[in-house]
Design a protein around this ligand. Structure first.
Ligand code: SF4
Length: 374
């Protein structure tokens, strides 16, 4: 029987860099984007056929902002994927899109390429907050893109939100959540802002930043998290992962696959893969990628064969993010004592043979992970 495989395609372009972002992405001219699409297709064509061993179950086109590419470019990428991979079992095909970069023509091209899910990076429904984050769009522009996607038949839409923005109050966050709930998307991701190293936000709000007091305190952040969960649950969204909520039947299969450690192949600049017990990554250097995308030895940046212990650590670290947690039997021999300790302290609980984070455990999940894996 063929094994399940997830595909991730990285499009490293954005109209403009957001002030908080440390992803591998940035602006580029049309010529570079076209060179990149050609290099990506060469990479796909150069991969040894996996059709015998694997069937693709999900595809995720992420970035960056994949919707900066033309619809025809996306269609060419998918035509190459269909040539190389067994795609007949694919259930979910997602593209990330940013408001202001989506047109009706592009949406039509996505559908003809087989894309059936759109993930909109909105982040906030408050235009002041969007400006502060350095986003290129307003809430009104997002609404236009969202409605256009609905008109074009997309019935599985995610909206990404960020909470704990500097100066954000519970009230301003609630007004964002209320506006989004009126739209009834199938899925909502609500992450707390992380001030990443090397970003303009770090200069302002990092350890040495002179505006760091504008960030919500840890207690406020926790309150926002608890309120978000309550509001979304009341509106019919189930929290199936620490920061992800979905209507029944709309949990993101691709991301669940990551947390369940399904095998995945990443294609494109800097894309990571997990095949068997081997993790590897493509180069993050654009020049190298454009030149050598079809040469696996030159495009690969690193490769790591995981030990049994490392695999178990990943199962715990990734699996405990899910609401249902992980099988106790699977990890008991490895860290049973630490798990019992966390259960006694009320941070983990056991249910139907699984262990999972309690509400208190979710609040301090990083501490719980560190204690278990100590
Ligand atoms: S649009 Fe997304 S990937 Fe691009 S700079 Fe902003 S946060 Fe980063």
């Amino acid at each position: 029987m063929r094994r399940d495989l997830e595909l991730y395609i990285h499009i490293p372009f954005c109209v403009k860099k957001c002030a908080y972002c440390d992803f591998l992405s940035g602006p580029a001219d049309e010529e570079t984007m076209e060179y990149y699409v050609r290099a990506l297709i060469r990479e796909i064509e150069s991969i040894e056929s996996m059709k015998e061993m694997y069937r693709v179950v999900t595809v995720f086109v992420g970035g960056g902002t994949p919707s900066v590419l033309g619809g025809e470019q996306i269609e060419r990428i998918f035509a190459a994927l269909r040539e190389k991979f067994a795609m007949e079992s694919v259930r979910e095909v997602t593209i990330e899109a940013n408001p202001g970069t989506v047109t009706r023509e592009k949406l039509k091209a996505y559908r003809s390429a087989g894309i059936n899910r759109i993930s909109f990076g909105l982040q906030s429904a408050n235009n002041g907050e969007l400006k502060q984050l350095g986003r290129i769009h307003t809430y009104e522009e997002f609404l236009e893109s969202y409605m256009l996607a609905r008109e074009e038949g997309f019935d599985n839409i995610n909206i990404d939100l960020i909470s704990a923005i500097p100066n954000q109050t519970v009230e301003s966050w609630k007004s964002t959540v209320d506006r989004i709930l009126k739209l009834q998307p199938e899925h909502i991701s609500a992450y707390s802002l992380i001030v990443e190293e090397g970003t303009p936000f770090e200069k302002m709000y990092g350890e040495d930043g002179n505006r760091k007091e504008e960030l919500p305190s840890e207690e406020e952040e926790r309150l926002i998290y608890q309120k978000t969960k309550k509001w979304l649950q009341e509106a019919g969204y189930e929290r199936y992962e620490i920061s992800n909520y979905a209507k029944k039947g709309y949990a993101c299969r691709h991301n669940l696959g990551y947390w369940e450690r399904k095998e995945y192949l990443g294609l494109g600049l800097g894309a990571s893969s997990l095949i068997g017990n081997v993790r590897f990554q493509n180069t993050e250097e654009m020049k190298t990628y454009l030149k050598y995308s079809d040469d696996v030895r030159k495009r690969k940046q690193n490769e790591e064969v995981l030990t049994k212990e490392e695999e178990l650590e990943e199962i715990i670290f990734l699996g405990l993010r899910k609401k249902d947690g992980i099988s106790k039997k699977e990890v008991d021999f490895f860290c049973g004592e630490q798990i019992e300790k966390m259960i006694c302290q009320g941070f983990l609980e056991e249910k139907d043979g699984n262990i999972r984070l309690t509400e208190r455990g979710i609040d301090i999940s990083n501490y719980v992970f560190a204690e278990i894996l100590a």
